[in-house]
Ligand binder design. Structure first.
Ligand SMILES: [Zn+2]
Length: 492
């Protein structure tokens, strides 16, 4: 199924039937025969692939997580997850009838069966993870997967109601990362004009602004911090931005208050009632999901693709599968992919509110929706930070508080040691660039109160610095990801 047609009106029991049927066929036709990793996992755990018939049966397959994809002794471990068909496995696992029909199809097209199989399975494209602590892990796509990337991109663009004469500006950093390519292929699938600038690092903010004013896109897509930076840059120069109707943010979580802040800034430049959408995606799934248009920047949740994947919600401690609507860790299994295939992948993301069934109150789609209230369970580990000032700190709380204070223009958090001595106490400094007209001492008190309330850690110092210095500190124009939290504590 290409667009949303066919899946948006399915009842929940029809969705379940579709997923059960696809799961059984996917595992028996593609995963078990051709995936070295999963064949071994099934055999080691004495799982008969023929007996995996329903979503319930998925529970018998052990979870995999980030660490399963990495091996220090074997840097090629990612290859075990790639489907690797050959003649022997095909004739062993595929029914004669399927082989015969494939052979006939190839004959009609005047091609060899091998060429058809290569097109379906051979890796031709790659993105990789952007871990801060581990080496990047490559994820492969075949032509089949690229078609799926078109499908998900097209569905998202349709959800945003971007079509026809609309123009898209893709400001995601140009890199082998999902966000850039998902946007690029989505625009092509929707037959909408797009310009992919590569973001600040490739064209500079001046260059991006020039392109923006010349092309006048109705929709711009990018990382929240960079979009915000570009809009602010346009605001300083007093440019009219009334052509912007929609903004799509990816690669970072955005709250309702953050959307409001961006919307307020846009409205001073003539862009009124701009719809702002959040998206969710991860390298391992090789796809992304989106919100639909709502009033007052509320979140509809991310509209899932039940024909392409199964999401489970689990208890992050016990691993027990919970009801869809409960809070828990997000687990992803593919139902329709080739090359690097993932089953029961633990994302390390925690969704408050889980997955909602039934029609979306905003667009009416019957498809499943994943709560957008997502935090990373692994934030502490990723930041290589267990404790600050003796308190276990979740940095997503800092970001939530500071992003949502209306009088803050930009912020950065620095964790250092007193006198830069590794044996000394931790110190926390918040660098702030206030909005014009903000009262510094009132703002300072507000930041202290809110941070202490949310994190139990009170900052040692709040430093007000000019925007120009902040842009450099954050590396907003030079890095793919801004340096929002800086840990400069010397190692012992
Ligand atoms: Zn909706």
């Amino acid at each position: 199924m290409k667009s949303w047609k066919g899946i948006t009106s399915l009842t929940h029991s029809q969705i379940k039937d579709l997923q059960n049927q696809r799961l059984h066929s996917f595992i028996n036709t593609h995963v078990y025969p051709f995936s070295p990793f999963y064949r071994k996992l099934f055999d080691d755990n004495k799982i008969d692939p023929g007996q995996v018939r329903t979503r319930e049966d998925l529970k018998r397959i052990p979870f995999i997580c980030k660490s399963d994809l990495i091996s220090h002794d074997n840097p090629q471990k990612f290859k075990d997850f790639i489907l690797q068909p050959d003649k022997e496995k095909i004739s062993r696992y595929w029914p004669k009838l399927r082989l015969l029909s494939l052979a006939l199809k190839s004959m009609v097209k005047g091609r060899r069966l091998e060429e058809d199989l290569a097109q379906e399975y051979r890796p031709v494209f790659m993105t990789f993870t952007t871990g801060t602590t581990n080496a990047p892990v490559p994820f492969m796509y075949s032509r089949y997967d690229l078609d799926n990337l078109h499908v998900s991109g097209g569905r998202m663009v349709e959800l945003f109601d971007i079509k026809g004469d609309d123009r898209i500006m893709n400001l995601f950093p140009f890199a082998p990362h999902l966000a850039f390519w998902q946007t690029f292929f989505g625009a092509i699938e929707a037959d909408v004009f797009s310009l992919s600038t590569g973001g600040g690092k490739v064209m500079g903010t001046e260059g991006n602004l020039t392109a923006l004013l010349r092309i006048k896109p109705s929709a711009i897509l990018g990382v929240p911090s960079y979009i915000y930076h570009l809009v602010r840059f346009a605001q300083e120069k007093e440019h009219d931005l009334s052509f912007i109707k929609k903004i799509v943010l990816g690669a970072a979580r955005v709250t309702c208050a953050y959307k409001q802040k961006l919307s307020d800034m846009l409205s001073t430049q003539g862009a009124k009632n701009v719809k702002i959408f959040g998206t969710y995606g991860f390298t391992e799934a090789r796809t992304a999901w989106a919100e639909c248009p709502t009033e007052n920047h509320e979140s509809s949740g991310y509209h899932l693709y039940p024909d392409k994947e199964i999401f489970e919600i689990i208890d992050p401690v016990t691993g027990e599968v919970k009801d869809d609507q409960e809070d828990g860790e997000i687990v992803y299994s593919s139902l329709d992919s080739r090359a690097s295939v993932m089953l029961r992948y633990r994302t390390g993301d925690f969704a408050k509110g889980g997955i909602t069934h039934g029609p979306c109150p905003y667009c009416g789609h019957q498809t499943l929706r994943l709560s957008s209230n997502i935090t990373r369970l692994s934030d502490n580990k990723d930041m290589n930070l267990s404790k600050v000032k003796g308190t276990l700190v979740n940095f997503s709380h800092f970001a939530e508080v500071l992003n949502d204070v209306p009088q803050i223009n930009e912020w950065q958090l620095e964790i250092r040691k007193h006198k830069n001595d590794p044996y000394e106490v931790d110190e926390l400094v918040v660098y702030v660039t206030p909005r014009a007209g903000a009262n510094q001492s009132t703002l300072s008190q507000e930041i202290k109160d809110k941070l202490t309330g949310a994190t139990e850690v009170s900052p040692n110092e709040i430093k007000f610095i000019p925007l120009e210095e902040m842009v450099k500190r954050l590396e907003l124009e030079t890095a793919n990801k801004e340096k929002r939290i800086l840990d400069i504590r010397p190692k012992v």
